[in-house]
Design a protein around this ligand. Sequence first.
Ligand code: S3P
Length: 177
Amino acid sequence: MSRNVVLIGFMGSGKTTVGRLVARQLGWKLVDTDALLTRIEGRSIPEIFATDGEAAFRERESQVVLGVCAGERQVISTGGGVPLREDNASALREAGRVVWLTARPEIVVRRTIKRASGRPLLAEGGGDEEPLTRVLRLMSERGPLYQRLAEMVVDTSDRPPATVASEIVRRLGGSVL
Ligand code: S3P
């Protein structure tokens, strides 16, 4: 019996879309840490980054994550940078079953390009760095962190979200219900 299901992974890996479907299948609540933070702050994530900077964003993001981890029967969809902090990572590990959603870099670029302005790390003046180069760089920095935290890896690249969600629920088995 697990308290929560936690989805981690890079921007554009499908955490929120898949999370909503997993939550529906389990009859649990979806909690999206980005959406919750935005609601608490009354500001968008790009606004928080622009006004207060990334360090302040990470601080508030962590407060939200630690608070959410106290709950139960939730599918927790996390912002892509949440596992960067060790205190977040250990809280997530204790909160429930951690699933890492992956997607190929080209797919991430395609999924995020339209809404890159909503993701400061992909939108901010990156000089000459191409989107794909930036995604590859961030992915290689973060891969080991995601890997260390997750007990299950599910690729979302070429599959409909509903198929991915069903696979997650099946692989989690009865232990989450
Ligand atoms: C971030 C990912 C975003 C959001 C913020 C920073 C990151 O969430 O928290 O823009 O550092 O990877 P998504 O993974 O939901 O896009």
